[in-house]
Write a protein that binds this ligand. Sequence first.
Ligand code: SP5
Ligand code: ZN
Length: 342
Amino acid sequence: MKTVYSPLHHGHSGYFEFCNGAFVPGFEKPVRAEFIRSRIEEVGLGPILAPVAHGIGPAQGVHTADYLAFLADAWTLWTAMDRHTPALPMVWPIPGLRADKPPKSIDGLLGFYSLDTGAPIVAGTYPAVVASLESAITAADLVRNGERAAFALCRPPGHHAGSRFMGGYCYVNNAAAAAQHFRDNGAARVAILDVDYHHGNGTQEIFYSRADVMVVNLHGDPLTEYPFLLGHADEHGSGPGEGFNVNYPMPHGTDYAVWGAALDDACRKVAAYKPDVVVVSLGVDTFEKDPISHFLLKTPDYPKIGRRIAELGLPTLFVMEGGYAVAEIAVNAVGVLTGFEG
Ligand code: SP5
Ligand code: ZN
């Protein structure tokens, strides 16, 4: 299996996130992608390619133009105020406030376009975000051109980013943009299977009223887990999208016996949809030792995930999302890919 990776992710680093009432070094850090890259070389998964330079264009089908313009300008606007710290928001457009009138000040804009405090912006963030998107699109093109599967080693991740907001370590929704790219290039139906520990609220929001992209999520129950405000089992899609969004929320302490049964059910639903291609939002923060998560998957479970997805017999694009137990993230993520290859 070919991997697409860019070193530009290194520039997105050196920031803090709000955790347990204090700012702590970000869990989503460069060593994550580097360990995975090394492991791919170690096991000989296949060649590692640089992304083709597409720019931000492929994000335009899934994000609003004003949000993408904000992302491109945010660091410049922040540093114009003579600030050198990572940029973070301070107000949010919750119901009752004006969500139709973007402020002009960067302090207003950051909140206007954010879900939470989990997406800080530093000097290298935007170049990393663009390279991460380009990696997903380049890997999607490998699959379009006949590869059975490809791996986009994306960093930063994407599944919490919605049509007009960042959050949860995510800025541009790489998996959603890749799914849209498949649709724009001849695929009639695309299924997104999100196995990250956290609900992919951004992906769900983007495709919620569409029948041409099915979104299936396995995740920690939002009653007790981030992102808290979306991801319940009664969210089935709306309008033409009714029936094409499926959620499997599971409680803290879920192990592979339960999680694997949910994956099996999810794969049956994906197969019944008869998609032309499957996009897997691949998070390995379901691991028992993940520092911010509460499932109990073990290292030998990850190849089983890959094997079950391979049984679908469909062209498959893997897009890297979360996973924060850095010592094991690479063995687990690459374990899914080698399990897929059988
Ligand atoms: C892509 C992805 O996996 N994003 C995850 C975003 C999670 N944001 C909330 C993190 C909460 C961190 N505090 C955990 C306390 C651990 N004791
Ligand atoms: Zn996650």
